[in-house]
Ligand binder design. Structure first.
Ligand code: PGA
Length: 246
């Protein structure tokens, strides 16, 4: 299976021109890497700058249309060519997004045939090697009552908040591996073996060109969610190159 590498540009860059240049450099280079599926998730306003590469979104609203000032629907995203939607990023959860809202978003995305990228992760580093209760809850509530046939379009990202570049330092590949096993075990309890093993689990949190290959190789994840390092084409292309070469 190809490794999935998702760039999360967050609220960057500032201008359409910068977004176009960054996107062009990444999309041109990514054509020579056969073993990676590359997605760029820009701010909504830069969606049209993303050409020749898969388009992702950083959020969505669950209603189909209507009086929801400031929101964007799955249908609107789909009509612009969006293929992946990040849901439940910790930077949205901290602004008040609940597991219940995340569940509605995940359902809306999956029902439309777009891939839903659900982010889960603990806020503080646990001292003991335990499965943090918060992740258990995020999975249980975020994936509540989802029809099994929609789960083929689900992707999970293990992204501990403490490891995001603006908070701290990357997790270790060993811990990422252990956490991905625990996440897979939760999925197994919820959906059974066949589905649990078909859902890709990615890692996010201070991924850069130096540690990316290790997370895939030793952390044994199915891909990466990259923030800060995806805003620099040289660094992001190096990540693609190293992961593709594994
Ligand atoms: P980072 O961000 O790579 O800058 O740590 C990742 C994310 O928040 O998705």
């Amino acid at each position: 299976m190809k490794k999935i590498i998702i760039a999360n540009w967050k609220m960057n860059p500032e201008t359409p021109r910068e977004a176009e240049n960054l996107s062009r450099e990444i999309s041109t280079a990514s054509k020579s890497f056969k073993n990676v599926e590359v997605v760029i998730s820009p701010a909504f306003i830069h969606a049209s700058a993303i050409k020749g590469i898969k388009l992702g979104a950083q959020d969505v609203f669950w209603e189909k249309s209507g009086p929801y000032t400031g929101e964007i629907s799955v249908r609107q995203l789909k009509s612009c060519g969006t293929k992946f939607v990040i849901v439940g990023h910790s930077e949205r959860r901290v602004l008040g997004e609940t597991n219940e809202e995340i569940n509605k978003k995940i359902k809306a995305v999956l029902e439309s045939g777009i891939k839903a990228v659900l982010c889960v992760g603990e806020i503080e580093k646990e001292k003991e090697a335990v499965f943090p209760a918060i992740i258990h809850q995020e999975l249980k509530e975020g994936l509540k009552n989802i029809k099994k046939n929609f789960l083929k379009n689900l992707i999970i990202v293990y992204e501990p908040v403490w490891a995001i570049s603006t908070h701290g330092r990357a997790d270790s590949p060993k811990n990422v591996f252990e956490m991905s096993v625990l996440i897979r075990r939760e999925l197994l309890k919820m959906f059974g073996k066949k589905i649990a093993f078909s859902i890709p689990i990615l890692y996010g949190g201070s991924v850069d060109e130096k540690n990316a290959a290790d997370f895939v190789n030793h952390g044994r994840v199915n891909g990466l969610l990259v923030g800060a390092a995806s805003l620099n084409s040289k660094r992001f292309i190096e990540i693609l190159k190293r992961v593709s070469g594994l």
